[in-house]
Design a protein. Structure first.
Length: 134
């Protein structure tokens, strides 16, 4: 979630990261955190923090590539959440400024196809997919 995004990006900058679909963490949602209202906000400041991490001259090319893969995955989620929120222009701008990371081409293609659908339908699809938790 929000603070986990920041931590994940710092880890990806420090060590090679592998993206997988398997759940590896049990997360407890607290009413006092940034995620009490929603599980993902496309405008969280952690996205801006990622840019600063990527510009660190101490990063090796391997670490920079690792961070880029993780950032691309989160950016894809950001685009989808903009669409879910009905913010098509912001979704398109975010979609256009990110290069497709290796291993994410299929996900990016599916995300691009979401632009052909009305935002209300995109929201319904993801609410169904996530069992009413957007």
């Amino acid at each position: 979630r929000g603070h986990r995004l920041g931590l994940t990006l710092r880890i990806a900058a420090a060590a090679p990261a592998v993206l997988c679909a398997r759940r590896t963490v049990l997360y407890n949602k607290a009413q006092s955190t940034a995620t009490r209202v929603q599980s993902f906000a496309p405008d969280w400041y952690f996205f801006e923090e990622a840019g600063a991490l990527a510009e660190d001259p101490a990063l090796t090319p391997e670490r920079r590539a690792s961070l880029a893969r993780v950032m691309a995955w989160f950016e894809m989620r950001r685009v989808r959440h903009y669409l879910i929120d009905g913010r098509r222009r912001e979704a398109w701008a975010a979609f256009c400024r990110r290069d497709v990371a290796p291993g994410l081409a299929g996900d990016w293609l599916l995300t691009g196809l979401l632009f052909l659908l009305p935002c209300a339908l995109v929201r319904r699809i993801f609410l169904f997919r996530w069992r009413n938790k957007a």
